[in-house]
Write a protein that binds this ligand. Structure first.
Ligand code: Q9C
Ligand code: ZN
Length: 412
């Protein structure tokens, strides 16, 4: 399918929508009063909710030129998702929020000047130099368009977060790439260049006086970059559910373990839920939500919720090897909608099976648009899940009264 058919422009030139001046659908029902119709449109009693979507075809330009073999972080990831939104009739119900390039000033809220310069300069490198750059870092590829795509991806998440924070839209889905949560302060990593979600959260605090942000990361991988960006920040919760395998799963750092809880005044504001093996299922994720994620989120009482919404924990993902169904993604989205007066942003991270990510993202977007999530079976968490949650509660109950009473040995 052509980009123009799925990016909301309907074969028209790419028109950018001003978020401050969004079209509002108003009822135009004539009212019968005192024997005649009055033509004035009736005011709508309920505030209408709107769902934003970010998509820009230019984020497909970042592509792997170094290797013959197919790379999982492929440009078609976002077009496949967008095509699925369109085919399901969801795209026309959403408001297109234009992506724009993140500025150096914004990126510097998370990254170093050197990192900005490094990414910017890649657009002027030769193919050989690009290959060398990729080899110098952990799990990335680079082409001449990478810098543009990375700036759009980050700027797109910022624009959606701001539109939600201001109330222009209630919630939304940022269909963006390259992903962001592995990007470190001073280096790209794990297919990521700029930490889209972290930069967006900092922009909300700086520009819109948002005080408290809850970041939930359900990508199969731990978001090492996001954890570090907010490790000592008491006003940002970073909560990640990820495959850990005793620090043998990417990024393979013990900092993804449950004992890393945040530092300084921010103890308890980092929450790691590390699965000890592949093969985790809907019940395990819903159990984690019921026992840890939602109780803490309610107690924290955020002003906005941002999800690092990778779909590599989905059934069928070649890297994650978990079995989360679209229905469970819908339920998690539904639960998160109950926070922060519904202000919820989902930003794509990983996810490498095109069908799995498209169906999962669609289930989330349907819930954002107001549909009910599909029925789940009974919640039967695995033994490994229950043990993991027990360990998380043991360390986190020191900081969250909702998790009490949990017995803590006084010698600990
Ligand atoms: N042994 C995201 O899902 N795998 N990134 C490298 C090296 C890298 C995944 C394996 C996986 C990165 C956003
Ligand atoms: Zn991932």
């Amino acid at each position: 399918m052509e980009d123009m058919e799925i990016d909301g422009t309907e074969a028209q030139p790419y028109v950018l929508i001003e978020t401050g001046n969004l079209p509002i659908t108003v009822g135009n029902r004539p009212i019968y009063t005192n024997g005649r119709y009055i033509s004035k449109p009736a005011p709508i009693p309920l505030k209408s909710t709107k769902t934003g979507v970010v998509y820009d075809r230019r984020m497909r330009y970042h592509a792997n030129i170094h290797e013959e073999e197919h790379h999982p972080e492929d440009p078609s990831r976002i077009s496949s998702i967008q095509t699925t939104f369109k085919a399901a009739g969801c795209l026309e119900k959403m408001v297109l929020i234009n992506a724009r390039e993140v500025t150096k000033d914004e990126v510097r809220l998370v990254h170093t000047d050197e990192h900005w310069d490094f990414v910017a300069k890649t657009s002027a490198l030769s193919e050989a130099q690009l290959g060398k750059v990729a080899d110098d870092y952990n799990s990335i590829y680079v082409n001449k368009e990478t810098a543009l795509s990375a700036r759009l991806s980050c700027g797109g998440v910022i624009e959606l977060c701001k539109a939600v924070a201001r109330g222009d839209v209630t919630n939304g889905f940022a269909n963006v790439r390259p992903p962001g949560h592995h990007a470190e302060i001073n280096e790209p990593m794990g297919f990521c260049f700029f930490n889209n979600v972290a930069v967006a959260a900092q922009c909300l605090k700086r520009d819109l006086k948002i005080e408290k942000v809850f970041i939930l990361d359900w990508d199969i991988h731990h978001g090492n970059g996001t954890q570090k960006a907010f490790y000592n920040d008491p006003n940002v919760v970073y909560c990640s559910i990820h495959r850990y395998d005793n620090a043998n799963f990417y990024p393979g750092d013990p900092q993804a373990g449950h004992t890393y809880v945040g530092g300084g005044q921010a103890k308890g504001k980092t929450i790691n839920i590390p699965w000890p093996r592949p093969g985790m299922r809907d019940s395990d994720y819903i159990y984690a939500f019921n026992k840890v994620v939602m109780p803490i989120a309610y107690e924290f009482d955020p002003d906005i919720v941002i999800v690092s919404a990778g779909f590599d924990a989905a059934e069928g993902d070649p890297i994650g090897e978990n079995h989360v169904t679209p229905s469970a993604f819908g339920h998690m989205t539904h639960m998160l909608k109950s926070l922060a007066a519904g202000k919820l942003v989902l930003a794509l991270e990983g996810g490498y099976n095109l069908d799995s990510i498209s169906n999962s993202a669609l289930a989330c977007v349907k819930v954002l648009l107001g549909e009910h999530p599909a029925k789940l079976g009974p919640i039967k968490p695995s033994q490994e899940c229950v043990e993991t949650i027990y360990q998380v509660i043991r360390v986190q109950s020191r900081y969250w009264s909702c998790l009490k009473p949990v017995y803590i040995d006084s010698t600990e």
